[in-house]
Design a protein around this ligand. Sequence first.
Ligand code: UDX
Length: 483
Amino acid sequence: MKQPKPKDDSPKGLMSKAISIAVVGSGYVGLVAAVCFAEMGHDVICVDNDERKVKALQGGDSLIHEHYLPELLERYRNGKVRFTTDLADATRTCSAIFIAVGTPQSETGDADLSYVEAVACEIARSLTTYKVIVEKSTVPVYTNEWISRALVRNGIDRELFDVVSNPEFLREGTAVADFLHPDRIVVGADSERAGNLLRDIYAPLTTGEYYKREDGIPGICSVAEPPPLLLTSTKSAEIIKHASNAFLALKISFINAVSNLCETADANVEQVAKGIGLDTRIGPKFLRPGIGYGGSCFPKDVAAFRSVADQMGIDFSLLTEVEKINVQQKKRFVSKVRAALWNLRGKKLGVLGLAFKGDTDDIRESPAIEIVKMLIAEGCSIAAFDPAAISRTEQVLPASANLRYASDAYDAASDADALLILTDWSEFGELDLKRLDQSLRYSIIIDGRNLYDPQVVADQGFTYISVGRPAAHPVRDLAAASH
Ligand code: UDX
């Protein structure tokens, strides 16, 4: 494909040397990595075999809803970041090739690594000088060895390449800031030469140089506190990625189980989470109870890590329990709706949120969508609103007699028997409660994300049911109940 003429878009004031980098895959990880490497001063070729995607990116469409992505794309598109379908050219031109293609979950729970293998074989076809091949996709331990084997089987001399593992820890919605302000950078390299190239690539961050820039993306790192780079073996790095995600999922399932206990004991899980999170050994993050974790990483990575353990004969049934609690949490939410409304058949519900979490249009493994499906199966009719995820949802769940997509939160609430909050978009925590009250048929909010102070909502005349906290009722109901 013909490339437009490069423009001079070098970030000003960066002293580290620019390295030529290929990023294969322009999904959530690849695209963010590509623009962020350019922002760090490197020259990037982003390769995707989907010609339509490449054209759209060349034309300035960022394709996904991600904070700062449109700005960085505008800054570097067709200059320091070139989009192409030509992997052979990128392989010849670049010193490092980052593989950031999908590793979907297979039927057995393992990661399906066929895309990674296909890229490795294609790289082999045009590799003639030394290259560092970097796994950025989430992959199980030993993938590194498989990539090496694939290259050697395709006739490449072992001296001509190294394979490095450099896992990402990006959260969707804040991926750009997470990339440029990471808690840590993990580089799993078994050769010094490859480890040094990765050190050079990340030098603008680890030396603090990037944080001197006035037009840099703001975040938690600074000149005084740049991120550490942890150098490990390739296998350790592969395990770090899976273990991190599995541990975070475990934290969420743990607090969800505690929230169920709180509901039965009439305690308040927010107080409990605060009380345990203040212990610095535990920490306050990822202790928000809700309707279970979703997204493209946690469900897939917990299953893949469990499967890796199984294959190695290690009993890691703790992970099975993490998954079990996560499945239960969605069913429990539907039971709450039933308990609040008596019968579900024929009930009209307003639903706020379809994305798997706030600030993203991603609906992969979204607990919100699973709950919507369960409620429709129970005979409810739904009016759903999400600020960014409606068009993606429509593709998997088209509007029907029982499902309407609403134009805003108040439209979703219109004449509904109850309003459900399923995604933690901040705007759902700032609704005009008086207006909602006028829209709803009954003043009932069932909040799966604990976005409101129960007392405040009850004072506005609502019955408010949330997760792990006592239900709150309006004063008039309490007065009626005492007569
Ligand atoms: C996650 C990891 O955080 C990131 O490091 C990794 O690279 C990819 O997977 P992401 O999937 O974008 O990132 O979302 P995250 O913010 O971690 O949330 C995952 C899920 O857990 C969401 O469904 C979210 O709503 C839920 N969650 C998160 C909770 O239910 N409670 C919490 O306390 C935190």
